[in-house]
Design a protein around this ligand. Structure first.
Ligand SMILES: N[C@@H](CCC(=O)N[C@@H](CS)C(=O)NCC(=O)O)C(=O)O
Length: 324
């Protein structure tokens, strides 16, 4: 049985403990390896079908959270199944409950009956070398991973399953806004979404400080944009909002403290972002995608190199259910 009391950094596929940061102290995110697309084209190897695909997520992970939100907003819960891992990232990587555990929020793997997420990566490719990340979109028909890159999975959920969606035709990447969304996504990813990780996983002062600056530069730009706009591009909610929001909802309870992004909080220093975050949280089906317990326990209890005591701070961040 795995040691559940003292998780360490996860090992890589060769079994050695993975170093989050490179030799120079900088965190570099691995490029996702499964990059196929589900489509409505009848001759596609991955045709959109009801009940054929399954999503593996962690409630804690901001990248997986994007896919949970788009699945919910598009009303695809009965079309694409979902399993959710335990919040602790341990030596063997993400896992499900086992030995009679019943952790709230964990949704067992009803498709592959896996104990560890790595099991499904090896089922898809026995020679897989890389990290065993969420989210994963699994094809039950060909027994393989279609895609493990959240930015691409949300595009598929956005349009390929419209036949069964409760919001067909609603696009979070509309044709008239693609250029603006792409531009926003690029710098928001670098400075904010991944920026907090680059600050938090830095192991040298030299690697930390410029990344810390970047995070607040990014948040300041977002705050300015939202001073006269409801959503990032104006009146239309887009994937740019969805992608930013999963980081913002984690910012005060986790990134501010755990990733040393101490230059401000959303609650006290970013009124426009707070207003926007509340509007987003109050959209139908969004609140049920947020599992604050998994979010907090995952970061504070899995990264023991950052928080060796594994004590979890009490504050959950601002109350997003308050009406603006
Ligand atoms: N580029 C990926 C990143 C996914 C990712 O890094 N997920 C993290 C959780 S937040 C993970 O599963 N990490 C497990 C590990 O590295 O062992 C995406 O956006 O889908």
């Amino acid at each position: 049985m795995a040691d559940r009391t003292e998780p360490k950094a996860a090992p890589d596929s060769t079994g050695k403990i993975f170093q989050w940061a490179s030799k120079d102290g900088e965190f570099r995110r691995q490029v996702s390896s499964f990059r196929d697309f589900v489509s409505t084209e009848p001759d596609s190897p991955f045709v959109a079908e009801k009940g054929r695909y399954h999503l593996y997520v962690s409630w804690a992970c901001p990248w997986a959270h994007r896919t949970i939100i788009v699945r919910a907003l598009k009303g695809l819960q009965d079309v694409i199944g979902m399993s959710a891992v335990h919040y602790l990232l341990e030596d063997m990587g993400w896992r499900f409950d086992y030995d009679g555990e019943t952790t709230p929020g964990v949704i067992a793997d009803s498709v592959n009956n896996a104990r560890y997420l790595r099991d499904i990566y090896f089922k898809a490719n026995p020679d897989y070398q890389g990290r065993f990340t969420v989210p994963v979109l699994w094809d039950k028909k060909t027994n393989t991973i279609v895609n493990n890159e959240s930015s691409e999975i949300i595009r598929m959920l956005n349009s390929a399953f419209d036949q069964w969606s409760s919001a067909p035709g609603v696009s979070y990447y509309p044709d008239n806004l693609t250029k603006e969304i792409d531009e926003l996504n690029t710098w928001i990813y670098d400075e904010v979404n991944n920026g907090v990780y680059k600050a938090g996983f830095a192991t040298t002062q030299e690697a930390y400080e410029p990344n810390y600056e970047k995070v607040f530069n990014g948040l300041n730009k977002v705050e300015k944009i939202l001073s006269d706009k409801k959503w990032l591009t104006g009146n239309t909610l887009t994937e740019a909002d969805i992608r930013l929001w999963t980081t913002v909802v984690r910012f005060d309870p986790v990134y501010h403290t755990h990733f040393k992004c101490t230059g401000g909080t959303i609650a006290h220093d970013y009124p426009n972002i707070l207003r926007w975050a509340r509007d987003f949280y109050q959209l139908p089906k969004v609140a049920e995608t947020v599992n604050t317990e998994h979010i907090k326990k995952h970061y504070y209890m899995s990264h023991v190199q950052i928080n060796p005591t594994r004590v979890v701070p009490v504050w959950d961040g601002p109350d997003l259910s308050i009406k603006n």
